[in-house]
Design a protein around this ligand. Sequence first.
Ligand SMILES: C[S@@+](CC[C@H](N)C(=O)[O-])C[C@H]1O[C@@H](n2cnc3c(N)ncnc32)[C@H](O)[C@@H]1O
Length: 283
Amino acid sequence: MPPGAFRQRPASRAPLIGCESGTLKRRFGMSIPRRARVLTALDTLLLGCLVQTLVVRAGEVPGTLTSTNRYSLHQQHDRDGIGKFYMGREIAGVMGHEAAPWLERLERPQQEHPDELVSDLRLRPGEVVADIGAGTGFYTRRLAQAVGPSGKVFAEDIQPEMVLMLINSMNRLGMTNVTPVLGTTTDPRLPSATLDLALMVDVYHEFDFPYEMVQAICRSLKPGGRLVFVEFRAEDPNVPIKPLHKMSEAQVKREMSVQPLDWVETLRTLPWQHVMVFKKRAG
Ligand SMILES: C[S@@+](CC[C@H](N)C(=O)[O-])C[C@H]1O[C@@H](n2cnc3c(N)ncnc32)[C@H](O)[C@@H]1O
Protein backbone atom coordinates (compact mmCIF):
# COMPACT_ATOMS: atom_id res chain seq x y z
CA MET A 1 0.00 0.00 0.00
CA PRO A 2 1.44 3.39 -0.87
CA PRO A 3 2.27 5.43 2.24
CA GLY A 4 -0.24 8.14 1.27
CA ALA A 5 -3.05 5.67 1.76
CA PHE A 6 -2.67 5.98 5.50
CA ARG A 7 -3.54 9.63 5.32
CA GLN A 8 -6.85 8.62 3.81
CA ARG A 9 -7.82 6.82 6.93
CA PRO A 10 -11.60 7.36 7.19
CA ALA A 11 -12.74 10.34 9.18
CA SER A 12 -13.02 9.64 12.85
CA ARG A 13 -16.26 8.00 13.78
CA ALA A 14 -17.15 7.77 17.38
CA PRO A 15 -18.37 4.50 18.82
CA LEU A 16 -21.97 3.89 19.70
CA ILE A 17 -21.19 3.19 23.30
CA GLY A 18 -19.17 5.60 25.35
CA CYS A 19 -20.53 8.71 23.67
CA GLU A 20 -19.52 11.04 26.47
CA SER A 21 -17.32 13.46 24.59
CA GLY A 22 -19.48 14.65 21.70
CA THR A 23 -22.97 15.65 20.84
CA LEU A 24 -25.36 12.86 19.94
CA LYS A 25 -25.68 14.17 16.41
CA ARG A 26 -21.93 14.17 15.83
CA ARG A 27 -21.52 10.76 17.40
CA PHE A 28 -24.37 8.95 15.69
CA GLY A 29 -24.22 10.77 12.37
CA MET A 30 -27.92 10.18 11.82
CA SER A 31 -31.11 10.55 13.80
CA ILE A 32 -31.37 8.09 16.64
CA PRO A 33 -34.77 6.63 15.66
CA ARG A 34 -33.48 5.75 12.17
CA ARG A 35 -30.34 4.19 13.62
CA ALA A 36 -32.47 2.22 16.01
CA ARG A 37 -34.53 0.88 13.10
CA VAL A 38 -31.41 -0.24 11.22
CA LEU A 39 -29.90 -2.17 14.08
CA THR A 40 -31.63 -5.10 15.61
CA ALA A 41 -29.30 -7.30 17.64
CA LEU A 42 -27.56 -4.29 19.09
CA ASP A 43 -30.71 -2.47 20.15
CA THR A 44 -30.37 -3.21 23.84
CA LEU A 45 -26.75 -2.20 23.80
CA LEU A 46 -27.53 1.06 22.03
CA LEU A 47 -30.30 1.89 24.40
CA GLY A 48 -27.92 1.37 27.29
CA CYS A 49 -25.46 3.69 25.58
CA LEU A 50 -28.08 6.33 25.04
CA VAL A 51 -29.15 6.25 28.67
CA GLN A 52 -25.51 6.36 29.74
CA THR A 53 -24.86 9.30 27.42
CA LEU A 54 -27.81 11.29 28.65
CA VAL A 55 -26.80 10.67 32.24
CA VAL A 56 -23.17 11.64 31.62
CA ARG A 57 -24.08 14.73 29.62
CA ALA A 58 -26.75 15.95 31.99
CA GLY A 59 -25.73 19.40 33.15
CA GLU A 60 -23.71 20.11 30.00
CA VAL A 61 -25.13 22.23 27.23
CA PRO A 62 -24.52 20.32 23.96
CA GLY A 63 -22.08 22.09 21.70
CA THR A 64 -20.43 24.18 24.40
CA LEU A 65 -16.83 23.68 25.35
CA THR A 66 -15.79 23.29 28.95
CA SER A 67 -12.55 22.52 30.74
CA THR A 68 -11.78 20.27 33.64
CA ASN A 69 -8.64 20.22 35.73
CA ARG A 70 -7.37 17.28 33.78
CA TYR A 71 -8.49 18.07 30.26
CA SER A 72 -8.96 21.23 28.27
CA LEU A 73 -11.25 21.76 25.31
CA HIS A 74 -10.45 24.07 22.40
CA GLN A 75 -12.59 25.33 19.54
CA GLN A 76 -9.56 25.58 17.25
CA HIS A 77 -8.06 22.17 16.74
CA ASP A 78 -6.73 19.60 14.30
CA ARG A 79 -9.41 18.08 12.06
CA ASP A 80 -8.27 14.60 13.10
CA GLY A 81 -8.71 15.41 16.77
CA ILE A 82 -11.68 15.83 19.10
CA GLY A 83 -10.67 19.27 20.41
CA LYS A 84 -9.84 17.82 23.81
CA PHE A 85 -6.29 18.06 25.13
CA TYR A 86 -4.41 16.08 27.75
CA MET A 87 -0.94 17.16 28.92
CA GLY A 88 -0.48 19.25 25.79
CA ARG A 89 -1.59 16.53 23.36
CA GLU A 90 -4.76 16.66 21.34
CA ILE A 91 -6.70 13.40 21.54
CA ALA A 92 -7.33 11.80 18.14
CA GLY A 93 -10.78 10.76 16.96
CA VAL A 94 -11.70 7.10 17.24
CA MET A 95 -11.19 5.03 14.10
CA GLY A 96 -14.68 3.88 13.17
CA HIS A 97 -15.64 0.27 12.54
CA GLU A 98 -16.20 1.16 8.88
CA ALA A 99 -12.41 1.13 8.57
CA ALA A 100 -12.12 -2.45 9.80
CA PRO A 101 -10.75 -3.69 6.43
CA TRP A 102 -7.78 -1.35 6.94
CA LEU A 103 -6.89 -3.30 10.08
CA GLU A 104 -6.92 -6.57 8.12
CA ARG A 105 -5.12 -5.30 5.00
CA LEU A 106 -2.86 -7.88 3.38
CA GLU A 107 0.26 -5.75 3.58
CA ARG A 108 -0.08 -5.10 7.32
CA PRO A 109 2.17 -7.97 8.48
CA GLN A 110 4.93 -6.67 6.23
CA GLN A 111 4.46 -3.11 7.51
CA GLU A 112 4.14 -3.83 11.24
CA HIS A 113 5.86 -7.19 11.88
CA PRO A 114 3.13 -8.30 14.32
CA ASP A 115 4.63 -11.74 14.91
CA GLU A 116 7.95 -10.18 15.86
CA LEU A 117 6.14 -7.86 18.26
CA VAL A 118 4.30 -10.70 19.99
CA SER A 119 7.48 -12.76 20.19
CA ASP A 120 9.31 -9.75 21.74
CA LEU A 121 6.67 -9.71 24.50
CA ARG A 122 7.96 -13.13 25.67
CA LEU A 123 4.53 -14.35 26.74
CA ARG A 124 4.33 -17.71 28.45
CA PRO A 125 1.69 -20.41 28.04
CA GLY A 126 -1.05 -19.99 30.63
CA GLU A 127 -0.68 -16.23 30.99
CA VAL A 128 -3.69 -13.92 31.05
CA VAL A 129 -3.49 -10.91 28.76
CA ALA A 130 -5.75 -8.17 27.43
CA ASP A 131 -5.87 -6.68 23.98
CA ILE A 132 -7.28 -3.22 24.70
CA GLY A 133 -8.90 -1.61 21.67
CA ALA A 134 -8.67 -4.96 19.93
CA GLY A 135 -10.54 -3.90 16.78
CA THR A 136 -11.04 -6.90 14.50
CA GLY A 137 -8.61 -9.03 16.48
CA PHE A 138 -5.51 -8.74 14.27
CA TYR A 139 -3.32 -8.88 17.40
CA THR A 140 -5.77 -10.86 19.56
CA ARG A 141 -5.32 -14.04 17.54
CA ARG A 142 -1.54 -13.80 17.80
CA LEU A 143 -1.76 -13.23 21.55
CA ALA A 144 -4.16 -16.19 21.87
CA GLN A 145 -1.65 -18.42 20.14
CA ALA A 146 1.19 -17.20 22.35
CA VAL A 147 -0.58 -17.93 25.66
CA GLY A 148 -2.01 -21.23 24.38
CA PRO A 149 -5.14 -23.10 25.44
CA SER A 150 -4.28 -22.82 29.14
CA GLY A 151 -4.01 -19.04 28.84
CA LYS A 152 -6.61 -16.40 28.20
CA VAL A 153 -7.01 -13.23 26.16
CA PHE A 154 -9.56 -10.56 26.98
CA ALA A 155 -10.25 -8.76 23.69
CA GLU A 156 -11.81 -5.43 24.54
CA ASP A 157 -13.18 -2.59 22.43
CA ILE A 158 -15.77 0.16 22.79
CA GLN A 159 -17.42 -0.36 19.40
CA PRO A 160 -20.00 -3.17 19.43
CA GLU A 161 -19.48 -3.65 15.69
CA MET A 162 -15.76 -4.31 16.22
CA VAL A 163 -16.52 -6.76 19.03
CA LEU A 164 -18.99 -8.61 16.77
CA MET A 165 -16.41 -8.85 13.97
CA LEU A 166 -13.88 -10.15 16.47
CA ILE A 167 -16.30 -12.77 17.81
CA ASN A 168 -17.03 -13.99 14.28
CA SER A 169 -13.35 -14.17 13.44
CA MET A 170 -12.48 -16.12 16.62
CA ASN A 171 -15.36 -18.53 15.96
CA ARG A 172 -14.15 -19.10 12.40
CA LEU A 173 -10.65 -19.85 13.69
CA GLY A 174 -11.97 -22.04 16.52
CA MET A 175 -10.10 -19.99 19.14
CA THR A 176 -11.60 -20.78 22.50
CA ASN A 177 -9.25 -18.88 24.80
CA VAL A 178 -10.50 -15.41 23.82
CA THR A 179 -13.11 -13.55 25.88
CA PRO A 180 -14.62 -10.58 24.03
CA VAL A 181 -15.46 -7.54 26.17
CA LEU A 182 -17.43 -4.43 25.32
CA GLY A 183 -15.92 -1.60 27.35
CA THR A 184 -16.70 2.09 27.77
CA THR A 185 -14.48 5.10 27.17
CA THR A 186 -13.55 5.24 30.85
CA ASP A 187 -13.59 1.58 31.81
CA PRO A 188 -12.50 -1.52 29.89
CA ARG A 189 -14.60 -3.61 32.26
CA LEU A 190 -11.91 -6.18 33.00
CA PRO A 191 -11.58 -8.19 36.21
CA SER A 192 -9.27 -6.70 38.81
CA ALA A 193 -5.71 -7.89 39.49
CA THR A 194 -5.92 -10.57 36.79
CA LEU A 195 -3.71 -9.55 33.89
CA ASP A 196 -0.07 -10.45 33.31
CA LEU A 197 0.00 -8.03 30.41
CA ALA A 198 -2.22 -5.50 28.66
CA LEU A 199 -1.41 -4.57 25.06
CA MET A 200 -2.58 -1.46 23.21
CA VAL A 201 -1.63 -1.30 19.55
CA ASP A 202 -2.43 2.01 17.83
CA VAL A 203 -5.09 2.70 20.46
CA TYR A 204 -4.01 4.88 23.38
CA HIS A 205 -3.88 8.14 21.40
CA GLU A 206 -7.63 7.66 20.68
CA PHE A 207 -8.73 7.33 24.29
CA ASP A 208 -11.30 10.02 25.11
CA PHE A 209 -10.33 9.61 28.77
CA PRO A 210 -6.68 8.50 28.79
CA TYR A 211 -6.14 9.07 32.51
CA GLU A 212 -9.24 7.14 33.60
CA MET A 213 -8.61 4.31 31.13
CA VAL A 214 -5.05 3.73 32.32
CA GLN A 215 -6.17 3.89 35.95
CA ALA A 216 -8.74 1.18 35.23
CA ILE A 217 -6.26 -0.94 33.27
CA CYS A 218 -3.78 -0.69 36.15
CA ARG A 219 -6.44 -2.02 38.52
CA SER A 220 -6.78 -5.06 36.24
CA LEU A 221 -3.05 -5.74 36.13
CA LYS A 222 -1.42 -8.02 38.68
CA PRO A 223 1.36 -6.30 40.65
CA GLY A 224 4.34 -6.41 38.30
CA GLY A 225 2.01 -6.88 35.31
CA ARG A 226 3.04 -5.11 32.12
CA LEU A 227 1.25 -2.39 30.17
CA VAL A 228 2.54 -2.16 26.60
CA PHE A 229 2.00 0.78 24.26
CA VAL A 230 2.60 0.25 20.56
CA GLU A 231 2.33 3.60 18.83
CA PHE A 232 3.51 5.00 15.50
CA ARG A 233 6.68 7.00 16.15
CA ALA A 234 5.95 10.74 16.26
CA GLU A 235 9.71 11.38 16.27
CA ASP A 236 10.03 9.98 12.74
CA PRO A 237 8.58 12.15 9.95
CA ASN A 238 8.98 9.25 7.53
CA VAL A 239 6.34 7.17 9.28
CA PRO A 240 3.35 7.74 6.95
CA ILE A 241 0.65 8.28 9.55
CA LYS A 242 -1.26 11.43 10.43
CA PRO A 243 0.39 13.37 13.30
CA LEU A 244 -2.45 12.91 15.78
CA HIS A 245 -2.34 9.16 15.27
CA LYS A 246 1.33 9.03 16.27
CA MET A 247 2.86 9.42 19.74
CA SER A 248 6.34 10.31 20.92
CA GLU A 249 8.07 8.31 23.61
CA ALA A 250 8.48 11.47 25.73
CA GLN A 251 4.73 12.17 25.63
CA VAL A 252 3.78 8.63 26.61
CA LYS A 253 6.26 8.77 29.51
CA ARG A 254 4.89 12.17 30.57
CA GLU A 255 1.33 10.85 30.63
CA MET A 256 2.33 7.70 32.50
CA SER A 257 4.25 9.66 35.14
CA VAL A 258 0.96 10.20 37.02
CA GLN A 259 0.04 6.52 36.94
CA PRO A 260 1.19 3.67 39.25
CA LEU A 261 3.59 2.48 36.57
CA ASP A 262 7.33 2.31 36.02
CA TRP A 263 8.85 2.49 32.57
CA VAL A 264 10.87 -0.67 31.85
CA GLU A 265 12.06 -0.47 28.25
CA THR A 266 11.32 0.79 24.77
CA LEU A 267 11.80 -1.61 21.88
CA ARG A 268 12.69 -0.07 18.56
CA THR A 269 12.79 -3.16 16.39
CA LEU A 270 9.55 -2.58 14.43
CA PRO A 271 9.56 -0.66 11.14
CA TRP A 272 7.21 2.19 12.13
CA GLN A 273 6.14 1.74 15.73
CA HIS A 274 7.88 1.86 19.07
CA VAL A 275 6.95 -0.52 21.84
CA MET A 276 6.92 1.10 25.27
CA VAL A 277 6.77 -1.31 28.17
CA PHE A 278 5.66 -0.22 31.66
CA LYS A 279 5.27 -2.31 34.79
CA LYS A 280 2.63 -1.89 37.48
CA ARG A 281 4.21 -0.84 40.75
CA ALA A 282 3.81 -3.29 43.58
CA GLY A 283 1.60 -2.19 46.49
C1 LIG B 1 -6.69 1.95 15.07
S1 LIG B 1 -7.74 0.77 15.83
C2 LIG B 1 -6.56 -0.48 16.30
C3 LIG B 1 -7.19 -1.83 16.52
C4 LIG B 1 -6.24 -2.94 16.92
N1 LIG B 1 -5.53 -2.64 18.13
C5 LIG B 1 -5.28 -3.23 15.81
O1 LIG B 1 -4.13 -2.77 15.90
O2 LIG B 1 -5.65 -3.92 14.86
C6 LIG B 1 -8.18 1.54 17.37
C7 LIG B 1 -9.22 0.79 18.14
O3 LIG B 1 -9.27 1.33 19.45
C8 LIG B 1 -10.61 1.34 19.87
N2 LIG B 1 -10.76 2.34 20.95
C9 LIG B 1 -10.76 3.67 20.90
N3 LIG B 1 -10.95 4.20 22.12
C10 LIG B 1 -11.07 3.17 22.97
C11 LIG B 1 -11.27 3.05 24.38
N4 LIG B 1 -11.42 4.11 25.18
N5 LIG B 1 -11.32 1.82 24.91
C12 LIG B 1 -11.18 0.73 24.14
N6 LIG B 1 -11.00 0.76 22.81
C13 LIG B 1 -10.93 1.97 22.23
C14 LIG B 1 -11.38 1.68 18.62
O4 LIG B 1 -12.74 1.33 18.75
C15 LIG B 1 -10.63 0.88 17.57
O5 LIG B 1 -11.17 -0.39 17.40
